[in-house]
Design a binder for this molecule. Sequence first.
Ligand SMILES: Nc1ncnc2c1ncn2[C@@H]1O[C@H](COP(=O)(O)OP(=O)(O)OP(=O)(O)O)[C@@H](O)[C@H]1O
Ligand SMILES: [Mg+2]
Length: 232
Amino acid sequence: MTALLELDKVDAYYGSAHILHGLELAVQPGEKVALIGRNGVGKTTVVNTVLGLASLRGGAIRIAGRALPRPRPYMAPHQGVVVVPQGRRIVANLSVEENLLLGAAVRRKGPWSLARVYQLFPILQERAHTPGTALSGGQQQMLAVGRALMANPALMLLDEPTEGLAPVIVDQLASVFNQVADEGTALLLIEQNMSLVLRVTQRYLAMAKGSVIARGRVEANSRDELHGHVMV
Ligand SMILES: Nc1ncnc2c1ncn2[C@@H]1O[C@H](COP(=O)(O)OP(=O)(O)OP(=O)(O)O)[C@@H](O)[C@H]1O
Ligand SMILES: [Mg+2]
């Protein structure tokens, strides 16, 4: 099977700072994979390298088998790899609906539409014409997820989507992520919340100092093993 996304011995930098060291990662169609690790190990840099926001200076990134030698922010989304960024990045001055429509700019075909996103998150329809940044944190995260779905992704990269959110919202997002995956979108879930990892993903990759240092299956009894990789 051809991986939806593959990082093959990737070295990545911000300026002269060498952050990713020979990083190996692959996500197959339909998989739900967690990427875990302590603060500052380079999880967001994995996403940033795929988008060309950190510079790729060694190894290869492949999307559906095609190499991206010089990644730029629009390339991965056009090929079905869509990011829900850390911190949500809702566009100020645009309404909720306008933020959602931004996600559709790549014009990929698939099951997701404005109507389907509103079905998934009714609160977004109720607030469709308010500024996106006027929403609560949890609602902004729903908006960021909805915006990514509007691109009809084959793979969604979720960068700490539950950071700072109340448990009731985390529960709601967990069920949304499982529903989205059931409809065929693969997930790479970057998380520090191991209960979400346990509820959503099937296997994990653990990072330290810019490399993947451990990997394994996520099972009901994996909690201690997972916590071992994120304890400070
Ligand atoms: N724009 C940047 N320029 C230079 N260094 C950066 C930049 N962004 C991040 N770094 C550094 O790169 C390293 C990896 O950061 P990264 O944001 O990828 O970590 P992370 O695992 O996502 O952490 P967190 O869990 O806190 O989000 C850190 O040492 C960080 O200080
Ligand atoms: Mg991060």
